[in-house]
Design a protein around this ligand. Structure first.
Ligand SMILES: *Cc1c(COP(=O)(O)O)cnc(C)c1O
Length: 395
């Protein structure tokens, strides 16, 4: 037996729920790609993206997932054998670094924990030791979607300044843009990497780099540049050059609607909504962990992200049982651990186009699975989430 009839709910940390309005915006014929309406769409999207990352920098759009924008960021500002310092806090910065290794960069990982944020003091110490200035760029993620940590980007910037180091700061905001405060210019980030399918609520397929003047300066002498990713090539006079070829017309329509929705809700309101839904999730998890089988991955509560919550589990069997129950019995697909946490974690996504009933649905289904499967857990998790929101969302 099951109670899964109805719409299946994909509750994973990306791709996230695409609003019906965004899906509908893509449901129309293509239009001319050389001039007219689409050129204006491109201009509006460029401006909106800069508004969202809070920057006056230069935006570039790629028909690619986040991995593509990773390569775009590296290849546009670096040269063969340049040293890059990767700040570890989960899967993603190190994955980005590994991609850099394959295109000829010399990757050094500043070892970190998967249960805590990057330590700015460690960054400062490593950069101070780089007396000859070998390190050309520092890579970090704002939210690591595997560990669910949120890194303190301004503190890392401060650490670089304290060390008097001239490396570029490259930040992956793929899982944090549209969920968490991010101020590219004020924090003096040199390259922001983003993608459309998480906090930005779009169907997968577009990713972005937004670039500071300092990074554009370094770009001039970078030797890893290749035709498709190259920023200069994208500055040509023809509209199609912005996309190095055919613009992804329908994706642009969808993104325009998603950006409109973001603008309408307002960034402050969006961040607050994510804080509240994340707080409700953590209230629920706080109950489950009383059973001794589940536990928070991120030790320090202040380092837990507002995009996703990683919950560690005793073993793969338990994970598969919960995941299978939620999917087959309830129609909810919950996220699972990746990287070193494969088979050892649940990841509860709370980013993007999400409201209280959607979150209650996921939390309730997990709670139901724990009960039905006889997995030890503290009672009252969903009630705790409800109480948290009732307390914090005033009438
Ligand atoms: C999802 C994610 C990526 C990878 O993005 P893809 O679109 O799957 O290539 C990179 N970094 C972070 C932080 C992510 O959450």
């Amino acid at each position: 037996m099951s109670v899964r009839n109805g719409r299946q709910f994909l509750s994973i940390p990306g791709p996230t729920t695409v609003p019906d309005e965004v899906l509908a915006a893509m449901h129309r014929p293509a239009i001319d790609i050389r001039e007219g309406e689409l050129v204006a769409v491109t201009e509006r999207l460029r401006k909106s993206l800069c508004d969202i990352v809070q920057s006056k920098g230069t935006p570039y759009f790629y028909i690619a997932n986040g991995h593509g924008a990773w390569e775009a960021a590296l290849s546009n500002v670096l040269s063969r054998d340049d040293k890059v310092l990767v700040l570890e806090s989960g899967v993603f910065a190190t994955g980005w670094g590994q991609a850099g290794g394959t295109i000829g960069l010399d990757i050094e990982v500043l070892p970190g924990s998967w249960t805590a944020a990057v330590k700015p003091e460690a960054v400062e110490e490593r950069l101070k030791a780089d007396i000859s200035g070998d390190i050309k760029a520092v890579l970090v993620v704002q939210v690591d979607t595997a560990s669910s940590v949120v890194n303190d980007i301004p503190a890392i910037r401060q650490a670089m300044d304290n060390a008097g180091h001239d490396a570029l700061l490259l930040v992956d905001t793929i899982a944090s843009l549209g969920t968490t405060l991010y101020k590219m210019d004020e924090w003096r980030v040199d390259v922001t990497v983003a993608a459309c399918q998480k906090g930005l609520m779009m169907a997968p397929g577009l990713s972005f780099t937004v670039v500071s003047d300092k990074a554009l300066e370094r770009h001039k002498t970078a030797t890893l540049r290749t035709a498709y990713w190259d920023w200069s090539a994208r500055e040509g006079p023809e509209h199609y050059q912005k996309y190095s070829g055919t613009p992804p017309v329908h994706l642009l329509f969808g993104l325009e609607k998603a950006f409109e929705m973001i603008e309408e809700e307002g960034l402050e309101a969006i961040f607050l909504r994510h804080r509240l839904l994340a707080g409700a999730t953590r209230a629920a998890v706080s109950k489950w962990v009383e059973g001794g089988v589940l536990s928070f991955n991120i030790t320090d509560p202040t380092e837990r992200s507002n995009s996703v919550t990683t919950v560690r589990l005793a073993d793969t069997e338990t994970l598969n049982a919960i995941h299978g129950y939620c999917e087959q019995k309830c129609g909810v697909i919950v996220g699972v651990g990746i990287g070193a946490f494969t088979g050892k974690a649940l990841r509860i996504a709370h980013m993007g186009h999400l409201n209280a009933p959607m979150l209650f649905g996921t939390l309730g289904s997990i709670d139901m699975s724990l009960k039905a499967l006889g997995i030890a857990h503290g009672d009252g998790a969903v009630q705790a989430a409800i109480d948290y929101l009732a307390e914090n969302v005033s009438a």
